[in-house]
Design a protein around this ligand. Structure first.
Ligand code: G6P
Ligand code: MN
Length: 453
């Protein structure tokens, strides 16, 4: 059997070392021959590749070929899987996505609210270009596994503009939440945790979580009630002592969302909300809590990004690698497991972002929803769900239409649709504020956005 080539788009990402590690650990299941790093930022990718090379040769003792390129033809020719994790505009633009809405008193977040809409308008074009290049060069039965954010908007744009693309949009947040639950309830074998979920990307709820015969949804609700936060005990202890938890989702700006789970559950205890719902249901409190001068983008640049590049420099000058300088774990494992399921037709259950097609009966047929599916060689087979209760369905419809409108604004170069999208978003309190935030974002995104007339 011919061996496989996997290409990582966004090779210069701080997540690249961890994702490559997960891929190469599954070399046998993936019948892997070559990993390609592809990025438009040659210098950044070159630095990251130093650590990747070390992981491959020294840590995993693998002889998988590593290719590092900025040439699309070389990157995609013959590729079976394309893992996409592009960040259009880099962390510098993420900083703007967070700070500009905040300066108008609105939630500042990379994928939610105005910031997410702005990031969406930057990312649609490059994603479509990527799909076209992959279509041209990769194997006919390739799969693009897309992590690129904002996944809700990106996936809707792909559905509308390139409906035949062989792309599966995914997000690791639900699995990160499951990891926190496992840590809180002392479960080490997360592979045996089963769950049901419905929603949109970064906008959904767990309706059941079980481990063997234990009802973890009930257990975690009790845990959160007691601790007023959804974080494992050792993290809570370390936070009290003001020490780093060691988890990227449990550092300062993320802590607020784990606390918010408590508040959201107090109000609506039926389902466990995705932490991202904080930005829509506790928008006022989030703004009060956010620091307009130091947002998550700053934090990431000062920690994860800095650690990685310092790690590279240290390795180049001393030959020693500090493994804490790069991030590895369930983020990379999850997407790699998805590739294994597609390749080996395992019909394993995953959450995917996919066209509804009736899976949630009271959501539109063409909505891009996040639901469980069995994944085999033909892609995801979605599992049908019960109708969603009105409160949740109403929230989802509002968010869905806001996201659909920003995609239509992109396609039609429509200022009015962009303004409607902003006005409909639950993080924005009035049409006047919507206009001000939109205008400021237009200015900042001049070289990225289409013209809006
Ligand atoms: C989660 C989400 C991703 C998001 C990331 C941001 O993993 O699922 O969509 O990009 O968090 O994490 P960061 O550490 O960069 O704030
Ligand atoms: Mn995500």
């Amino acid at each position: 059997m011919k061996k496989n080539k996997i290409c990582l788009v966004g090779g210069g990402s701080t997540f690249t070392p961890g994702i490559v590690k997960s891929i190469v650990e599954r070399s046998e299941d993936l019948n892997l021959e070559e990993v390609v790093l592809y990025d438009i930022d040659e210098e950044r990718q070159k630095k990251v590749s130093v650590i990747v090379e070390w992981i491959l040769r020294k840590q995993l003792k693998s002889n998988v070929t590593l290719t590092v390129t900025t040439d699309a033809e070389q990157a995609f020719t013959g590729a079976k899987f394309i893992f996409a994790q592009m960040r259009v505009g880099g962390y510098k633009m993420r900083e703007q996505d967070e700070k500009i809405p905040l300066s108008f008193g609105c939630v500042g977040q990379e994928t939610c609210g105005a910031g997410g809409l702005a990031y969406g308008l930057r990312t649609i074009g490059p994603m479509i270009e990527l799909i076209d290049q992959v279509e041209k060069y990769a194997l006919a039965d390739h799969w693009i596994l897309n992590y690129s954010n904002p996944a809700a908007i990106v996936s809707e744009a792909c559905r509308k503009i390139r409906p035949k693309a062989r792309i599966i949009n995914v997000c690791d947040m639900p699995i990160a939440i499951i990891d926190m639950i496992a840590g809180s309830l002392n479960i080490t074998d997360t592979s045996e945790i089963k769950y049901d979920y419905f929603g949109l990307n970064h906008f959904g709820w767990f309706t059941s979580i079980t481990y063997r015969d234990r009802d973890l949804l009930e257990e975690i609700k009790n845990y959160v009630n007691e601790h007023k936060i959804l974080l494992p005990p050792q993290y809570i202890e370390r936070l009290k002592e003001n020490r780093a938890t060691g988890d990227r989702h449990a550092v300062s700006s993320w802590i607020h969302v784990w606390e918010s789970v408590y508040t959201m559950l107090q109000a609506f205890p039926d389902y466990l909300p995705n932490t991202y719902l904080t930005y829509y249901l506790l928008q006022k409190e989030t703004v009060e809590h956010q620091n307009p001068d130091l947002t998550r983008a700053n934090e990431v640049m000062n920690t994860r990004e800095k650690a990685l590049f310092e790690g590279v420099d240290k390795y180049l000058s001393t030959g020693e690698v500090d493994e804490s300088s790069f991030h590895a774990g369930s983020h990379g494992d999850w997407i790699s497991d998805l590739a294994v399921a597609l390749l080996n037709d395992t019909k394993t259950r995953f959450l995917v972002i996919t066209e509804n097609k009736g899976a949630i009966p009271n959501m539109p047929y063409d909505a891009m929803v996040e639901v469980p599916a069995y994944v085999g060689k033909n892609g995801p087979e979605v599992i049908a769900q019960e109708p969603v209760p009105l409160f949740y369905q109403g929230l989802m419809m509002q968010q869905l239409n806001s996201e659909k409108l920003i995609v239509e604004a992109y396609i039609e170069n429509s200022y009015e649709k962009a303004l409607q999208s902003f006005s409909l978003n639950k993080t924005i309190p009035s049409i006047n504020v919507a206009r001000l935030v939109l205008e400021a974002l237009i200015k900042e995104n001049e070289s990225y956005w289409p013209d809006l007339n």
